[in-house]
Design a protein around this ligand. Structure first.
Ligand SMILES: C[C@H](O)[C@H](O)[C@H]1CNC2=NC(N)=NC(=O)C2=N1
Length: 80
């Protein structure tokens, strides 16, 4: 589900509808704050384009993979 492009990993999450996509974003936001690690999120109707990288490190770190797994769980819970 995640693909690596140079120093980042990317995934698209397709939610059943727009409101569910926004609920997914909200849950991701809570986890991002908890980890102090934040994804780039491009919201396009019910598709979320997510990008993870560690800006402070100029590339991928364990935090990116941890947050990616958390995002996968949130998406799956919402049928995305
Ligand atoms: C000051 C604050 O802790 C840092 O800027 C955090 C915030 N969230 C972050 N998110 C991501 N993706 N990469 C970072 O390097 C990062 N750094």
């Amino acid at each position: 589900m995640w693909t690596q492009h140079d120093n980042e990993i990317r995934r698209t999450v397709e939610a059943p509808d727009f409101l569910t996509a926004i609920r997914i974003v909200d849950e991701i936001a809570v986890e991002a704050e908890r980890l102090n690690h934040h994804p780039d999120i491009d919201i396009r109707w019910r598709k979320l384009h997510l990008v993870l990288t560690t800006h402070d490190a100029g590339g991928l770190t364990d935090l990116d993979y941890r947050l990616a797994e958390i995002i996968d769980g949130i998406a799956a819970k919402h049928g995305a």
